[in-house]
Design a protein around this ligand. Sequence first.
Ligand SMILES: [Zn+2]
Length: 164
Amino acid sequence: MSQMTPSAQQPVPYGGTSNAKYCQKCGAANDPNAPYCANCGASNFGAYPGGRISRPVGVTILAILQILGSLVTIIAGLTFGALFGALLPGLGAVLGLGLVALGVVTLLIAIALFTGRNWARILNIILAVIDLINFPVGTIIGIIFIIYFTRPRVVAYFKQPRTA
Ligand SMILES: [Zn+2]
C-alpha cells in the first residue's frame, strides 16, 4: 500500500542519448537525473562498457549453433535434391528445395539473433512455446529458452537503441 508522495517525480524511460545513464540491473537507459530506474526500480546506475550492452554469451552460442544447424540443413537439402531428384523427378527436387528453403529461413533468423534483432528473440520464444508439447526433452528445452530470453539482461540487450 505504498503511496507516492505528490512531489515525487516519476522517471520516464530515456531515449538512449549520449548523456543517458544505464541501469546496472536491467540495462535500461534512464534520464541522467533519475533517482531510480524507470524500468525495474533499481537505484544502481553506471555505464556499461562503451555505453552499450554487450551480447550475452548464451545468445552468441545459441546463434552460432543455429547458423551451423541451418548450414547443415541447406547442405542436406542440396544433397537430397541431387540424389533423389534423379530417382524421383519432381518430388525429390521439391523435397530438396524445401529443405534448402527451410535452411535459408533459419539462417536468416540465426543471423538476426546474432546481430541483436528483437524480433529474432520473440520468434525464439514463440518456437520454444510450441516446443513445450514435445515432452519431455522439448518441454525442458522450451522452458529454459523462455526463461533465458525473458531475463532482464537479455531483454535489455535486444531492446537497446540500435547504433547503425
Ligand atoms: Zn533497471
